[in-house]
Every structure is written in structure tokens, then in C-alpha cells.
Design a protein. Sequence first.
Length: 263
Amino acid sequence: MNLGLEGRVAAIAGAGAGIGRACALAFADEGCHVALGARRGDQLASARAEVVARGVRVTETCADLATDAGFSSLIAAAVDELGGLDALVISIGGTPLGGVDELDDASWEGAFRQKFLAALRGVLLAVPHMRRGGGGGIVIVAGNGSRVGAARMAMSAVINGALERMVGDLARRHAPDGISVSVLSPGPVRTARYDALLGALAAPGDADESAAERRLLASIPAGRPAQAAEIAAIAAFLASPRGRHISGTTVLVDGGQSGAAGS
């Protein structure tokens, strides 16, 4: 399917690795020019090389995107260097693992600032440019923690639930401008965070992490974690003109895990 992204401009927050990097490549494969944003310069340089190889224009912003200055720089780079802003994917702010009674105030405050407030800031910075350009698509990658109970992912569940509520309000406000805002909620995805999750889920009697992985995969009807490229393909669709009527909702991409948890 032609997503109608050719010649348009997308900004990807968290483009250095994992899902964010896969999103940058997915947009580039559609002929979309890409503004990359991440904290690590080495990862940005590597991602840039892969995007450039797809024949599109690219700019990069090495900054802490959880700050106003960092996110403002990313949006400015998209507009000033690439000519506008038609799509925004926010894939930043992984939360610490642990139960509610294991996480201190500083952990909660830091995660809320880095994931919730950063996402809100990104949307508010993007909207004026998208409005001037006649519309756009915004996707916030959150995770299915608010739908699937997991003892070690309490913070993810709380903050992702808050993001879903926020997106509902933003979508209603900006639909008249032709701007869609959605949450994309994957289950386990085979990235570096997947390895960290297995370590956190390991039980005292486990000989190694393979036992934790078997338990995790048993909770997913599809029997496997997603690949980052699978999540990126859906993000590209949601942010594209073809997906513009999907707004104010959460799109679950978890191999049936959330449905199984509620049965």
C-alpha cells in the first residue's frame, strides 16, 4: 500500500535504537524525509547512515528529548532543514521495572517527566506546524502495560494509562485541524529492553533467563515477541494520510496478549 508519505517530513523522537530506529527506516522506505532525534550521538550517526541509504533527506538532533530545549530542537530541525512537519512518532522514556512498593518518589517523578510530559510537550510543539501544513499524524509509542497486569511493570501500567487519557483529549481538540493523535501499544518487542525485561522477570529458582522467557511467551497467544519492524510499519500507517481517521484511540499490537489477560 502506498501510504502517501513520499516527499513528506516525519520527526522521530527516540530514533537511535529499538522501535524508534525501526520507525525512521519505515518512513524512509516510504520516501519520507526524516528528522532523527535521540540522546546518543553514536546511535544517531548509525541510524542516519541507514536512512540516507534509502535516498531521502535526513537531519539529526542529539539532545535529551525529555527537555523542552531538546524536543524544540528536533521539531525546529524538521521544519527549518526539511521544510515542514507532517508526522511525529514519539518513542522515548522507558520506565524502570519494579512493583509499586519497590519504586521511590524520584523514580516516579523521573519517569513521568521523561515519558508523559515529554510526549505532551512533543505534541504541543508539533501541532502548530501541522496545522499550518494542513494536517498531520502523531503516534505515541507506549506499550500494553495498562492492559496487561505484570508485577514488574507497575510504572509502565500507570504512565501508559495516563498517556491514553491524554491522547483522547488531544485528538478531540485537534481533529478539526486534520491532525490525528494515537497511542501505539505493543507487547514484548525483541529489542534491548526485551532482554532487560527477561532479567527482571526471572524467578529465584530459575537456572537462567530461558525459564522467564518461556513464561512470558506463554502469556502471548501468538507465541513470540514482535519485531521492531512490525511495530514501525503500523506507526507509519497511523501517522500517514491513509491512517488519518484513526485518532484518539489505542492500537494494541501484542499478539493477543492483552485479550488473553482479560479472558
